[in-house]
Design a protein around this ligand. Sequence first.
Ligand code: SF4
Length: 366
Amino acid sequence: MPLTFANDLLNWYRNVKRDLPWRDTNDPYRIWISEVMSQQTRIDTVIPYYNRFTEAFPTVYDLASAERQQVLKLWEGLGYYSRARNLQDAAKTVVEEYDGKVPSDYDEIIKLKGVGPYTAAAVLSIAFNKPHAVMDGNVMRVITRFYGIESDIRSTHTKKEIQQLADNLIPESNPGDFNQGLMELGATVCTPSSPACSDCPLQLECTVAHSVRTETIPYKSPAKKVPHHQIAVGLIVNSEGELLIALRPEDVMLGGLWEFPGGKKEKGEKLNETVARELKEELGVEVEVLDEFQSLKHAYSHFKITLTAFWCRIEKGTPKPKSGDELRWVSLNQIDEYPFPKANKTLIGSLLEMDAERLRSEAGWR
Ligand code: SF4
């Protein structure tokens, strides 16, 4: 085992460590929130969300007893909303089963909803000083290059090998700084292309430092093609100039958020036929599909969508929720109070440039 790895890394990290709001606390609850928010998300984006979230819910008790809609509203725009729902469910478990204390034992914390090996290792090492090594893309890049590992990092075998090496490297003292330092090194120095080996504290012992092998390690087999879905939604307006929105069920992707009703285009369908079919299936209404309002693209982690919104006028029936939990008519003044997925937020931004009378007229009221 390289003798100076941990020391070199820790000395480097102490010099470059950024001053972040969750780095001046040992509160496991706050560290847990920061780690959940930071997954798949840039730190600069996380900071204002973290500040607003911890101000609204300063303790695990506050989060556990909060309204779900308030939690989702404070998460709005951060994406991966199951993180917010799981965090609140886990907070309830901490209150009910652990006397309000975040578990400090790996076998217990990993049982909490939404807590996987990464979050467990991060919270235990940073908040409780326990030597559990975290594993993310940055850590994997540093370790594979340091040891010259050329096998596919998508394979379970390689992942286990890297985890084992990191577990052997992590020191008993300052394991939290070690983990954060390794991630920071991968993010800022040992970058995917053109790593700055001359600035790296590990360069003397690194297997591939200053060589072309940094271009081929880590090796990652090609990803599967990301599916692209066409989604069509209806903008239905009542006589008061209010828009119809639907609540997504809790147990689906983006659950607990509101949306404009609609759904996925089927093979051979035109988009205006999709919206008419979906509104009939979801709300039990027959609509006349009017003009297209807006079309936009959005990428999720495992698929992409093109979302197209149409003005719709109800010809027959009264909207009733079939697949969603709830429907609501909301005015332009109220709509911003509801949590929506990002693609719907873009539509709302454009709708807010109109007034109720314009909505009525676009949606077929004479
Ligand atoms: S020496 Fe270069 S390749 Fe090796 S860990 Fe440091 S930045 Fe990465």
